[in-house]
Design a protein. Structure first.
Length: 559
């Protein structure tokens, strides 16, 4: 009889929940999530309100045209989302654009109050959406600039997805109730208040910035082209952006199909538009809770493609079984899939895109996404006229499963974080000077590291020399001496050279290899920018300097 040996099974939920807890407790991530919830609530409330106004003014064609105005402007603007960050900090830009969005809603209120033509409402909506194009790229780029580990980044994306799902649920419900109770002007006034709360939430937010360039003409031009260059060079982000573009095109089709199906096919009336969108948001909230399990996964591509498939199939099911209960269930399923898709997709892009082009790539993604929604909304009336509402739902629902099937052979080969990159990040995170830094900063420093090797007895640095680099030991041992006297022996994960850089003095000690030694060197500018730009890291550095200088009476400290 064969004995069966049970293999220990790892539980990804525990670390994932711990990462989520850290996210909600983080003094910078928490207000950022509050602002994200506010803008998503306001955005969806405004969308439902204006869609109903458009349908009353001109039916499906007016809905499609308003959708074009809503999504065409951000399509044009979003590729330049990183441009203001050449001059101003990302969190400052985020506060400003959310404030302008509130002012644009006030303009829409004036249009409705003065009973101006629907074209003027489209202009107000286009202005609001144009400034809104900056919101998602900035928010998503700030997350890795605050999160400290890959698991916490996933947890931050999960929390963002939950906030977006909650906003997608609360916004339409709020609009539906207020449209009945106080009319469109009251509903839009509520949007202004919600946007103002979002601005207040991040009023004191300040995020350490690493790797930013000066506001030169060259930096401006570089920021404009950064997204295109990154997508041209990086197959992983390029494929994810393509798949998300397909998803947003389907979403644009669905935006119009929901209105027409609710009123003409399902018999749910105008209130059904809000109910169906709210079900989408409720599913997103439930999906966000479930997607926390992604924090324990080494690879997110399979989850991304499954979510892409499950985003489309429920729409096809609704086309076959067109009853209100099925409609609400399909919207819930789409919302769940949307949460998994966003968490997996954005995390892949955040991890695989360099710091200096991350906002640009996310802005380009937002542009493609808005363009997809606009195009879908524009083509939806023609699709309905050709295939009927039910046929249009079936055709729309089959697009994403086919896209996922075509993407799998290419995306399966994408490296979501190679061993070499992971090793560098682990070394940096294990050094007390860098431990408090965000994931984006750690990965920026990892990209700046230069490998070097030394033979037995070789000098890594000599006492009295100018200090130009910081060295982080990868393998081997290094003896540190001062005046020929041994001070300490360092091994893998230890660093040397920080005192000369921090104190602007020559090397205060020498380092010599004991056997073969492999190190990573970090240039002075990158080291100082990272360490002195973060309060906790700066405190750790100061403590290190005091400790090593006090280790000898003369003092015999490192470097």
């Amino acid at each position: 009889m064969l004995a069966v040996v049970a293999r220990p099974r790892t539980n990804p939920i525990g670390p994932a929940v711990a990462a989520l807890r850290l996210t909600l407790q983080d003094s910078a991530l928490r207000p950022l999530m509050g602002a994200w919830l506010a803008v998503n609530t306001g955005k969806w409330a405004l969308l439902v309100t204006t869609l109903v106004l458009a349908y009353d003014a001109g039916g499906p064609v007016a809905v499609g045209l308003l959708g074009l105005a809503r999504f065409l402007t951000p399509t044009i603007v979003a590729p330049f989302a990183g441009l203001p960050t050449v001059r101003w900090r990302p969190e400052v830009v985020l506060r400003a654009v959310n404030a302008v969005r509130a002012l644009a809603v006030l303009l829409a209120i004036a249009v409705v109050g003065l009973d101006l033509p629907i074209e003027w409402l489209a202009v107000a909506v286009a202005i609001e959406a144009g400034f809104g194009a900056f919101t998602r790229p900035l928010h998503m780029a700030l997350l890795p600039a605050i999160a400290r580990t890959p698991a916490q980044l996933v947890a931050a994306n999960v929390t963002s997805s939950a906030a977006e799902g909650l906003g997608t649920f609360v916004g339409p419900m709020m609009a539906s109730l207020l449209l009945v109770a106080v009319g469109p002007i009251g509903a839009m006034l509520a949007v202004v208040i919600v946007y103002a709360l979002g601005v207040a939430a991040i009023a004191r937010l300040r995020v350490p910035a690493v790797g930013r360039s000066d506001a030169t003409a060259r930096a401006v031009v570089g920021q404009i082209s950064a997204g295109f260059r990154a997508l041209a060079e990086l197959p992983g982000p390029r494929l994810v952006v393509f798949d998300l573009a397909a998803q947003t095109f389907v979403r644009g089709l669905l935006t119009v199909l929901i209105v027409v199906a609710s009123i003409e096919l399902l018999g749910m009336g105008e209130a059904g538009v809000g109910a169906l969108n709210a079900a989408l948001g409720l599913g997103g909230l439930a999906g966000a809770v479930g997607s926390i399990a992604l924090a324990g996964r080494a690879r997110l591509v399979p989850a991304f493609l499954v979510a892409l498939t499950c985003w489309g199939l429920p729409i096809a099911i609704l086309g076959v079984a067109s009853v209100p209960a099925v409609a609400l269930g399909t919207m819930l399923a789409i919302g769940v899939s949307n949460a998994f898709l966003d968490v997996a997709g954005f995390t892949i892009i955040q991890r695989l895109t360099p710091n200096d082009s991350r906002i640009a790539v996310l802005g380009l993604l937002d542009s493609v996404a808005n363009g997809g929604v606009a195009l879908g909304g524009l083509l939806a009336p023609g699709l309905i006229a050709t295939l009927g509402t039910s046929g249009a739902l079936v055709a729309t629902g089959l697009l994403l499963p086919l896209t996922a099937l075509a993407s799998w052979p290419l995306l399966r080969r994408v490296d979501e974080g190679g061993a070499a990159v992971t090793r560098r990040a682990e070394l940096l995170r294990g050094e007390a000077l860098f431990a408090p830094l965000s994931l984006a900063t750690i990965e920026h420093l990892a990209a700046c590291l230069t490998p070097a090797t030394f033979e037995d007895g070789a000098w890594l640095m000599r006492e009295g020399e100018p200090g130009t680099v910081y060295l982080l030991i990868d393998a081997g041992a290094v003896e540190v001496t001062q005046g020929g006297r041994l001070l300490r022996t360092l091994g893998p994960g230890d660093g040397l050279g920080e005192i000369a850089l921090l104190e602007h003095v020559p090397r205060t000690a020498s380092g010599r290899a004991i056997g073969p030694v492999a190190v990573f060197s970090l240039d002075r500018e990158s080291f100082l920018e990272a360490v002195t730009g973060h309060v906790e890291s700066q405190d750790a550095a100061a403590a290190r300097v005091r400790e090593r200088l006090a280790a000898d009476n003369e003092p015999p400290a490192l470097h």
